[in-house]
Design a binder for this molecule. Structure first.
Ligand SMILES: *Cc1c(COP(=O)(O)O)cnc(C)c1O
Length: 357
């Protein structure tokens, strides 16, 4: 694989807390830092303050987006614990499940995905084929109770399985975004981008938003993270986000970082006004934001996450003049894999294709 070797002193988390470097295992998957670009046309048309885009769509050479950043730490931990297999969850078209399958295979680990229903689109069907092409073994969980039962049965069968929570939002996965928040702080420090008043990011399981808020707080920035909720399935509440932040902080301290409580004043605003009818259901505002991004910003967004996040930014920032940042968490490009015929998927998935032909 094209592992990108980054000297560890360039990893902002280790630069800030050198004692973490020997204790926190990490596998390099990303190409960092990602760029920050000004989106002047969108800014002008929408009448917002200076608008910057963090290009996390390009976070990794083969498959970027926000999941690669989490998996550097999630898979690093799994490997250190001797896991030979990982199991995780998501909707049928889960980006997290795909990224996990793809990168686990690179590390020689088996991957099992237990999938729950989400609105069917051609992109979701294609993603099911991609899961299989990446080497994942697929299980149809349909709903959450049944998914939990399948996971327990798989774990009983293969005890050396590392269970990864949905979205990769364990404390380990969240570390990837503590590091990302510190990366942005370095770019601010270097003058590439002014300190944003608000940073907009899509929020599914919350690890991305929580990690960013923690990283920015550790860098003593005042930027507020606007976590734009995109899901109604096990949707994170503010207390749940704060709990994830505490667990991540505990992991950092256990690993040797000395962090004072005063350093972690989290600035998170959870905005639940843009979910529409639920996870994976497009909204008119999201679709319109995607059009703006494509025509004025040359950015390809998705309807499940980033379209809704940009819609929130456009609605809230019109007529304001402070600098703001849009965190583009969507990997618009899939790796080049040969797609299997749908008939090679487990039988329980065939219904999603039969209806379509
Ligand atoms: C998973 C995902 C998110 C949400 O990240 P969380 O850490 O689960 O909140 C945002 N954008 C995209 C494109 C994603 O795939």
């Amino acid at each position: 694989m094209s592992e990108v070797v980054q000297s560890t002193s360039q990893i902002p988390l280790f630069a800030l807390y050198p004692s973490l470097e020997p204790t926190l295992p990490r596998v390099p998957l990303c190409r960092l830092p990602t760029g920050v670009e000004r989106a002047e046309k969108i800014e002008r048309e929408a009448g917002t303050g200076p608008l910057y885009v963090k290009r996390d769509d390009q976070s990794a050479p083969e498959y970027g987006g926000n999941k690669a950043r989490k998996l550097e730490w999630v898979l690093g931990c799994a490997r250190q614990r001797g896991a030979t297999r990982v199991l995780t969850f998501g909707g049928l078209g889960t980006n997290h499940g795909f990224a996990t399958a793809f990168y686990a295979a690179r590390l020689g680990m088996a991957c099992e995905l237990v999938l729950v229903d989400q609105p069917l689109t051609d992109a979701v069907r294609r993603r099911l084929l991609l899961h299989q092409a990446a080497g994942a073994r697929l299980f149809y969980g349909r709903n959450i109770p049944q998914t939990a039962l399948i996971a327990l049965a798989r774990l009983a069968r293969h005890p050396r399985t590392r269970i990864i929570p949905a979205g990769g939002s364990s404390a380990w996965g969240t570390l990837g975004f503590v590091n990302a928040g510190l990366e942005l702080a370095q770019q601010i420090e270097a003058g590439h981008v002014p300190e944003p008043a608000r940073l907009y990011v899509a929020c599914g399981t919350g690890g991305t938003a929580v990690g960013l808020a923690l990283g920015l707080a550790l860098a003593r920035l005042r930027t507020q993270v606007v976590a734009v909720l995109v899901t109604d399935i096990l949707a994170p509440s503010r207390p749940r986000l704060l709990r994830l932040a505490r667990r991540t902080l505990a992991l950092l301290r256990r690993a040797g970082a000395e962090i004072e409580d005063s350093a972690v004043e989290l600035r998170i605003d959870l905005d639940d006004g843009f979910v529409g009818s639920g996870y994976g259901h497009p909204t008119p505002a999201g679709a319109s934001a995607m059009g703006w991004a494509e025509q004025l910003g040359d950015l390809r967004l998705d309807g499940t996450y980033t379209g809704k996040a940009l819609a929130a930014l456009l609605a809230r920032e019109r007529g304001r003049d402070e600098p703001i940042l849009f965190w583009n968490s969507y990997a618009a490009r899939d790796p080049e894999l040969v797609l299997p015929d749908w008939r090679s998927l487990p039988r329980s998935f065939h219904r999603f294709f039969r209806e379509a032909v």
